[in-house]
Design a protein around this ligand. Sequence first.
Ligand SMILES: Cc1cc2nc3c(=O)[nH]c(=O)nc-3n(C[C@H](O)[C@H](O)[C@H](O)COP(=O)(O)OP(=O)(O)OC[C@H]3O[C@@H](n4cnc5c(N)ncnc54)[C@H](O)[C@@H]3O)c2cc1C
Length: 369
Amino acid sequence: MKTWDAIIVGAGPAGCAAAYDLAVHGREVLLLDKSDFPRQKACAGGLTVKTVKALRYSIEPVVRQRIAQIRVERDAGRAAILCRRSAFCFMTVRQEFDYFCVRQTIAAGAQFRRISAITTITQEASGVTLWVDGELLRTRFLVGTDGVHSRVRQLTGMGSGWFWRAFALEATVPLPDASSQDLVFDFAPVRGGYGWVFPKGNHLNIGLYSCAAGERIDRARLSAYIRSRSGDVDAEDMIGQYAGFGAAQHNYLSGRIFLAGDAGGFVDPLTGEGIYFAIVSGQAAAAAIERDLEDGIPAHAEFVRNTAAVRADLGISTSAARWFYRNLDLGYRLLSMTVVHRFALNAFANGPDLASLAARVKQLLPRAV
Ligand SMILES: Cc1cc2nc3c(=O)[nH]c(=O)nc-3n(C[C@H](O)[C@H](O)[C@H](O)COP(=O)(O)OP(=O)(O)OC[C@H]3O[C@@H](n4cnc5c(N)ncnc54)[C@H](O)[C@@H]3O)c2cc1C
């Protein structure tokens, strides 16, 4: 029986990022997905600058629109404009973006296979075996990048105690020219989250997101929200999905199996941003596997090290989300201040850069005491 260097389950941004890096190093990588591509994925498809920088290839062909300004709304009549000189967010349609990434990954040397079901996963000292569609597959390492409902997480029992979810629902509103519309985050329509409007050239993507327990988002509520913003328009492709959180709390007990992206809880609860974290956690898994195969350094410990900074950022974001959504009025007032919104926008675009923030605070502290 063939032994793959790595099997990656799920060919979204996390899976493609992991498979691409391993394939580029000449590793034998099998990328599995239950869907054929292109396929639909509930997602607003907004990529921040840090996401575009993290990718190993240009995504120019699938960028629909560049955004340098956000309109942040608290309620009717209260809005703050946050802007930068250069674009901080790139609008894509997930169907196109994901298909593009899958093609880059296959071109780099990964093998893609569409599957129906994984029934068992067994971890041994030297590898992992899995039954897939009645066939036994063997691999040195397994990466679960199969999204929020991860089968890998379920079958390995890796999700207990730390993993949690929140829901978002979105729809497409066709417009002959949406490029003149603002990108909007609106904190009025839901508790513990926001409504959004993302312009994408010929249409708007409008949705609702909440990470608050008990806050119900459904089709009727989104339809009413779309009508309140855009009038009596035809909304298409209404589709919802959960996002996975908790990577900061995960204690990583497993040896040869890794969870990345939504499967591993790598989503920011404050903003709902997940594509960046999917990519960097997928790349972290690939780097850890490569290190083990190349130098014998245990991949598991390396993965924990490789993701430490990003998990710390997600931990801070989790606390920030709790504070911000409980103190929305104060939070909104702070966000309307130039100095705060510059920091927030920069953090959203490029990452919080907590290391330089900590260094700056350290510099300032002796002067303050
Ligand atoms: C409505 C909504 C809007 C969002 N908007 C944004 C946004 O604008 N910007 C942003 O950064 N993030 C956004 N997110 C979050 C983002 O979509 C996710 O964090 C991101 O897609 C995670 O990537 P992933 O590769 O981990 O998982 P996914 O993109 O979910 O990919 C998982 C893949 O695994 C496959 N799969 C699932 N189960 C199996 C199985 N059993 N066997 C084999 N394959 C399987 C699926 O077919 C899929 O291809 C949004 C989320 C939602 C729900």
